[in-house]
Design a protein around this ligand. Structure first.
Ligand code: SF4
Length: 344
């Protein structure tokens, strides 16, 4: 899938834009000044597959913690700041890899210049984030107005000779969001950070995000994604990986297929599918695993799977590429499959 052409922007050791990988990001929900809790959450996110993490910087105490957080984590750190240019400069001095701030909200041009100078001195990009819920001057959040708002902020940075820009145009309404990003992709040369804002809880929000992000990513639009969910941030990573994997934008992510079950089912397949799905979140390789309800149709229906299981009464057959290779007791299915996944 060809990616839409954009300028390349460095964020820590990653390069956003063009044909580079589409990176997964999330945001912590700890108090940023609580270094221990924030680092612990970021480590869980790293483990889950998060590639960039953003923290909210509300005050000097938060800003002062950034350096220590940065030292203890592996992935690029982004500081999310509203309005306060001094916090932005402190974040840059603390060593963050990117800041999210809207230059039009900072105040005087002297203050914007100070932030731009700080970012230029450390090669730190700025993400401009337009959000449908907080449009300037009471503007309606139409796609055109969202792009207009982004252009207002972009023009300020470009007038100061600053071009290390990433843009987001998040909306709660997915039609608005899709059109805003489409328009932005032909208006600006900068990488796009995709997201549906306030998408909802894990179930509904993941579906909404998959629809919106999927449509854009399929058209080659988008260079980094955040699936915003009302849940623990690790769940966001799981949803993001699923979206990218199903679009063929990940090469080290497992794929689980499982049948919907029907009257032929004879074992506790639903629980096994859930357990294997959880196990696969810890696996970083391309493998398709099939969990099928019956041994009459299962292996045949899942011929394209690398390995899989199809249950019978109190037992199950294990198959590879649609061919049955062994038979195990129902209680041994999980261990057998996880061993085979590890050995694959
Ligand atoms: S694999 Fe078997 S149990 Fe599952 S849907 Fe197909 S026929 Fe039904």
């Amino acid at each position: 899938m060809k990616r839409h052409e954009t300028k390349s922007v460095k964020v820590g050791n990653l390069t956003f834009g063009g044909n580079n990988k589409v990176y997964i990001q999330s945001m912590t929900n700890t108090q940023t000044y609580d270094v221990k809790a924030t680092v612990a959450q970021i480590k869980r996110l790293e483990e889950a597959g998060c590639e960039i993490v953003r923290v909210a910087v509300l005050n000097k105490r938060d800003a002062a913690a950034l350096g220590e957080i940065k030292r203890q984590i592996k992935i690029p750190l982004v500081a999310d700041i509203h309005f306060d240019y001094k916090l932005a400069i402190e974040a840059v001095n603390q060593g963050v890899d990117k800041i999210r701030i809207n230059p039009g909200n900072i105040g005087s041009m002297e203050k914007v210049q100070a932030v731009v100078d700080a970012c230029k001195s450390k090669n730190i990009p700025i993400r401009i984030g337009v959000n449908s819920g907080s449009m300037m001057d009471g503007m309606d959040p139409t796609p055109e107005n969202m792009v207009k708002a982004a252009k207002y902020h972009v023009d300020i940075l470009e007038s100061l000779g600053f071009y290390d820009i990433v843009l987001s145009l998040k909306a709660t309404n997915i039609e608005t969001m899709i059109e805003a990003y489409r328009l932005a992709s032909v208006t600006f040369p900068y990488p796009l950070h995709l997201g549906v804002t306030e998408a909802g809880t894990a179930f509904g929000g993941s579906i909404k995000s998959a629809m919106a992000l999927g449509i854009l990513l399929y058209d080659g639009i988008g260079n980094t994604i955040r699936v915003s969910l009302t849940d623990t941030p690790e769940i966001e990573i799981r949803a993001a990986k699923e979206i990218l994997n199903n679009l063929g934008l990940r090469d080290n992510t497992p794929n689980l297929i499982s049948c919907p079950t029907c009257g032929r089912i004879q074992y506790d397949m639903i629980q096994i599918a859930k357990d294997i799905e959880t196990y696969l979140t810890t696996v970083n390789k391309k493998i398709t695993v099939a969990i099928m309800g019956c041994k009459v149709n299962g292996p045949g229906e899942a011929k394209h799977a690398d390995i899989g299981v199809a249950g019978g009464k109190g037992e199950a057959v294990i198959f590879k590429k649609g061919e049955i290779v062994t038979k195990v007791k129902e209680s041994e299915v999980y261990d057998t499959l996880t061993k085979m996944i590890d050995e694959f």
